[in-house]
Each structure stands twice: as structure tokens, then as C-alpha cells.
Design a protein around this ligand. Structure first.
Ligand code: 1PR
Length: 569
């Protein structure tokens, strides 16, 4: 079988390659226009920006051959941008026309009442539920979406509606989740990131005899109005902080308020360790191997995984970077989104070669990461942006920050900013910096600060250095610079098991439109219920509770479901 994959030069195509390997399929990459003639099946796993995809295809001389391939009736499966390029154009890049196979335009989600990008696991509605050609899609399953632009489902235009295979609702908007007609199949979501449900879709398409994928199939259903229901689930994210231990091995570790060294033996609250975990006073806490743990959390139902290189502040060259090997191996085991953080910045290799943050991010994407997470550099970039502003406001980006360059090349959904704030307690009458952001919350801090108000100060280098910037200003700034999501940690709560800092989460959430992942402090399943009930966050992240095997991911999801919170199970 001549299965080919199309890569326009950006985005994480490795995820799909890993999925095909897992399913036992061999494939080749389209490298030149002549490869289209050899291809008998083609998958185009586009991620990132519509314009970058079209420009990438044009500059490689692949756009016209792709158009001819599709027009020739040969089997085509487009994923995300690979589906969107079938349309006439996208308001994301109006000057880059698409293939025009589907006579409609891709437009941006309305962000007035919801977070954009639409990021996470949502359900689909098949337009012909009685029909046989489901391509493995199931209405009871959830699939992973990540996009800011969508094709609105317009049942008034039969020439467009006849393409629509399934729809999804986000907020008030019903949009096209998959298209299917003749030789063409496309999904807005990422089957390669949708766990077992997504693997089934790829397996179904790949296992169809080529001839049946090429011939005209039964007519599409007549357009109908889908039932309105927003099925976006709340995500549970398992995070692994990775660093080398004193023997030089990369291990998953976990700090208490960012201190990852073991306390004196027999410290209270230390649970029993498995044979793979070790504990020696003063040593880096070893909670297991990153790849094995990632595979475990995937199997346990995590909706996303994060790998954080927590010592990247020291020196983080790209050459021989051990985290790359960790990401590569983890990406072969997990089929849900994988975020890698730590060291996403301009750097210098041991041989003196300069590596831009964009190059560093690109290396991680090629290794199999779906998103990169930026912490320290994000703070510096927002500080620079504010310093440029004449009016003392947020200012404007100058296009050079890591967030801007990476978002431009890979799309903002691939750029996460990890915020490491710490409470600064002040008298309630405080009239200084960030006084408008003061929290007069429940007095749950240290005894000496009871009765005080506080604001949240940004730190860099894993909490080692305070900066004169608030978490709120950082969040607003990074949203402006192109971040697609925020992981909101709390140094005060990290590793304490006291629960998420609800005040912090609400404060940041109400100041941005991009999705926010609440992090730090989870100590029970009730804490997850609390954070989703009391804040509008899209996801909650935890580390210690999972590493110490105190509560299982499914147990948390059961508790959420019992509280009427929508989850993927
Ligand atoms: O600054 O861009 O190189 O990124 C470094 C990254 O490493 C940042 O995302 C920063 O948060 C992280 N990091 C640096 N030092 C530490 C440390 O612990 N010493 N980890 C660290 C921070 C925070 C979360 C943690 C949650 C949940 N870890 O990732 O997983 O707090 O923990 P819990 O559920 O156990 O409470 P750059």
C-alpha cells in the first residue's frame, strides 16, 4: 500500500507517525511533487496556522500536486489544518487561498463568551447516525480538538452541508467536526491525539480496501440541524517534573513548594515507595522513570501529560539534550497531547552554535511534543513589552519573543505559558504596586500573615528569583504575545495537598480569554471538584497525588461526573 504523509514543514507530524507505527502501518513522506503519483493513500496531519500550511505547500511546490491528487479521486484524510485546507479560504490568513474543494470559508470562533482556542476533548454528532460510513467515529466517545478557527455548520447551503459528516458544539457554535465525501475524509479533531477512540478512526480508515476508499460512496445525508449540546469536557492533566538525579539519570521528581530534595528520614506525610522509587535524605526525590510514568498515566485515563525539565534554568543546550530522547520515547507510548516545558528559550550549544527558542521548540515538536511550555522567558518578554509601552500599560510585542515566533510558526495552540507565582502578603491598607489586584481572601496562609491581603508575584528560574510583575499582568501579556494556554502554578500550594489556590485561579481566569489549567496543591479528588465548581478553568493539573498513588485519575473523573462535571472516561 502506498501510504504517504504530507508535512508542510511545521507542526508536530511525529504524533501521527507514532500512531501509524503503533497501528502497524508503514508509510513514506511526500518529499517532492512526484511522490503524489506514487501515493495510493494520503494523510495530511496539519497543525498550526492555515497561512503557514498553504505557504509551506506553495514554497515546496506541493499545493497544485495536492489539488490534483484530491481531484483524481485518490484517498485523502486531512486532519485539522489538513481538513481546513479543503475549504476555499480562512479568515486566519485571507491572502492564502485553500484548495476550494468545499465551497465555504473557515472563520474564527467567537471569543466573547468562551475561551479560544477550543482546546480539549469534545463529543461529536454524526449527521447520519443510521448510516454505515461512520469511519469509526462514535457519538459516545470524545475527541481531542485544538483550534481557534472552524467551519461553521451551515445547513442552509446543501453544497456545503453535503460534505458534513459530523458536527461538534462549542459554546453556542455548532461547527464541522468531520467531512466525508467520495475519496475525501477529514477531521477537525486530532485522531492521533484522541487516545483509543482516535486510534480506532485511523485504523478504520487504513483498513478499508483502497478501492473502497476511492470510489464514490453512498450519498451523504441530507442536511439536518444537530441537537445543541456542548460536550467539551474538563481535562485532567498529569505533570511530571523531570531532572537528573545525583547519579546523572533523568528521573521524575516532585517538590514541596519547588524544593525537590528529600527531607530528613521519616519526615511525616511521606508515603511508601514502589521498588522503582528511591529516597535518601538530601538527594533529589526520585519518583520513577519519566517514560514509564507517562505510559502509566496515559493508560490510567489522563487527558494530557506534561513533562517539565525543571533544571533548564542552569544551562539547556539543544545539542545532546536528554529531554529530547525522553519526549521521543514518551510520544511513542502516549496518544493524548504531550506538553514539554523547561528551557524553551534562545540558547547556545557547547560548540558555540546559537539556537533560537523557535529552533528549540521545533526540535521538541519533531520529537513528538504537541505543545511547548514557557515560563522564565515569558516573564522577561512581558517585562520588555511593558517597558516599551509609553503609557505604562501592557504594550505591544515586537515579534521577537519566543511566544511570538513559535506561535507564528506552529500556531498559538502549541504555545503554553507556565506561571510560577508566589503570594506577597501586605497590609489590607496597602497602596503600592498592583494594589488593584489585591486579594482579601480566606486567611489560609502562614500564621504570621493571617489577616493580611496579598497579590501574586511572578518568579523565574523555577521560583528562585522574584520579579516585579504580577501573575495577572503576566497572564494578560502572554495572551497578547500569542500564548494559547496558561498553566497556572502556585508556589505556595505546590506539593502541599491543601487544594488549588481558588483565589489565584479566579483572578487569572477572569483576566484572559485563553484556556487556563489550574495547577498545584491537589490533595484529594474533592479538590478537583472544587476547582471546577468554583472557577471556570478548562483543566486541572496535578503531580504528587498521582506519583504517590494517593488517588487514581479515574477516581477523580468519577467524582467529577458525580458532581455533574463533564469528563472523558
Ligand atoms: O523557566 O521556561 O525553563 O521552565 C521551567 C519549568 O519548570 C516551569 O514550568 C516551572 O514551573 C518548572 N519548575 C522549575 N522548578 C521547579 C521545581 O519544582 N523546583 N516545577 C519546577 C514546578 C510545578 C508544577 C507541579 C504542580 C503540581 N512544578 O509543574 O507539577 O505544582 O504539583 P502538586 O500537584 O504536587 O501540588 P522555564
Amino acid at each position: 500500500m502506498g501510504l504517504y504523509l504530507l508535512d508542510y514543514g511545521a507542526g508536530n507530524v511525529q504524533s501521527l507517525a507514532n500512531t501509524l507505527k503503533k497501528l502497524g502501518y508503514e508509510f513514506q513522506w511526500i518529499l517532492s511533487p512526484s511522490d503524489f503519483h506514487k501515493a495510493t493513500s494520503l494523510i495530511f496531519p496539519g497543525v498550526g496556522a492555515f497561512g503557514s500550511a498553504i505557504d509551506g505547500l506553495v514554497s515546496r511546490g506541493l499545493l497544485e500536486p495536492l489539488r490534483e491528487y484530491v481531484a483524481a479521486g485518490k484517498p485523502y484524510f486531512g486532519i485539522c489544518i489538513g481538513m481546513q485546507v479543503l475549504f476555499q479560504s480562512s479568515t486566519e490568513s485571507p491572502s492564502s487561498p485553500g484548495l476550494g474543494v468545499i465551497p465555504s470559508v473557515i472563520e474564527e470562533f467567537d471569543s466573547a463568551s468562551k475561551s479560544v482556542p477550543h482546546m480539549g476533548w469534545n463529543s461529536i454528532e454524526l449527521l447520519d447516525p443510521q448510516g454505515k460510513a461512520h469511519e469509526g467515529l462514535e457519538e459516545l466517545s470524545h475527541y481531542y480538538f485544538v483550534h481557534s478557527y472552524r467551519a461553521k455548520y451551515d445547513w442552509n447551503h446543501p453544497e456545503v452541508a453535503q460534505w458534513v459528516h459530523s458536527t461538534t458544539q462549542y459554546g453556542e457554535e455548532i461547527f464541522v467536526a468531520s467531512v466525508r465525501k467520495d475519496n475525501v475524509f477529514g477531521t477537525q479533531f486530532h485522531p492521533e491525539k484522541s487516545g483509543e477512540a482516535g486510534l480506532k478512526i485511523l485504523a478504520t480508515w487504513l483498513s478499508e480496501p483502497e478501492a473502497s476508499r476511492r470510489v464514490t460512496r453512498p450519498s451523504p445525508p441530507s442536511p439536518r440541524f444537530p441537537r445543541p449540546r456542548d460536550g467539551l469536557t474538563k481535562r485532567i492533566v498529569a505533570c511530571m517534573d523531570v531532572r537528573s538525579n545525583d547519579d546523572g539519570d533523568l528521573v521524575v521528581t516532585k517538590g514541596d513548594q519547588y524544593d525537590v530534595r528529600e527531607k530528613a528520614p521519616s519526615a511525616p506525610k511521606e508515603p511508601a515507595l514502589s521498588p522503582l522509587q528511591t529516597r535518601t535524605a538530601g538527594a533529589v526525590r526520585n519518583l520513577g522513570k519519566p517514560v514509564a510514568l507517562a505510559a502509566t498515566y496515559y493508560a490510567a485515563g489522563a487527558d494530557e501529560l506534561c513533562l517539565m525539565n525543571i533544571t533548564s534554568f542552569r544551562h539547556s543546550p539543544l545539542q545532546d539534550q536528554p529531554m529530547l530522547a525522553v519526549v521521543r520515547a514518551a510520544a511513542e507510548e502516549v496518544f493524548v497531547p504531550l506538553t514539554i516545558g523547561g528551557g524553551i528559550k534562545d540558547t547556545v550549544d557547547p560548540d558555540g552554535t546559537l539556537r533560537s527558542a523557535l529552533e528549540v521548540a521545533g526540535a521538541y515538536f519533531r520529537a513528538g511534543a504537541d505543545k511547548v511550555s514557557i515560563a522564565t522567558e515569558a516573564v522577561y518578554a512581558v517585562e520588555r513589552m511593558r517597558a516599551r509601552a509609553a503609557d505604562g500599560g501592557l504594550g505591544e510585542g515586537d515579534g521577537t519573543s519566543a511566544m511570538e515566533t513559535i506561535a507564528h510558526a506552529y500556531g498559538r495552540q502549541a504555545v503554553v505559558v507556565s506561571i510560577d507565582p508566589r503570594r506577597v502578603y501586605v497590609e489590607p491598607t496597602y497602596d503600592g504596586l498592583y494594589k488593584d489586584e489585591l486579594v482579601y481572601g480566606k486567611p489560609d496562609g502562614p500564621e504570621k500573615d493571617r489577616g493580611k491581603a496579598w497579590w501574586y508575584q511572578c518568579t523565574v528560574k523555577g521560583g528562585r528569583e522574584d520579579r516585579p510583575l504580577s501573575a495577572v499582568q503576566l497572564a494578560k501579556g502572554v495572551e497578547k504575545l500569542g500564548a494559547g494556554e496558561i498553566i497556572l502554578n502556585s508556589i505556595d500550594r505546590d506539593g502541599t495537598g491543601l487544594g488549588f489556590d481558588i483565589d489565584l485561579v479566579n483572578l487569572v481566569k477572569k483576566n484572559v480569554r485563553i484556556p487556563v489549567v489550574a495547577s498545584s496543591g491537589a490533595g484529594s479528588k474533592e479538590h478537583f471538584v472544587e476547582v471546577f465548581q468554583k472557577t471556570g478553568v478548562e483543566a486541572a493539573l496535578a503531580a504528587g497525588i498521582f506519583h504517590r498513588k494517593e488517588v487514581g485519575i479515574l477516581e477523580i473523573k468519577d467524582a467529577l461526573a458525580a458532581a455533574n462535571i463533564n469528563v472523558r472516561r
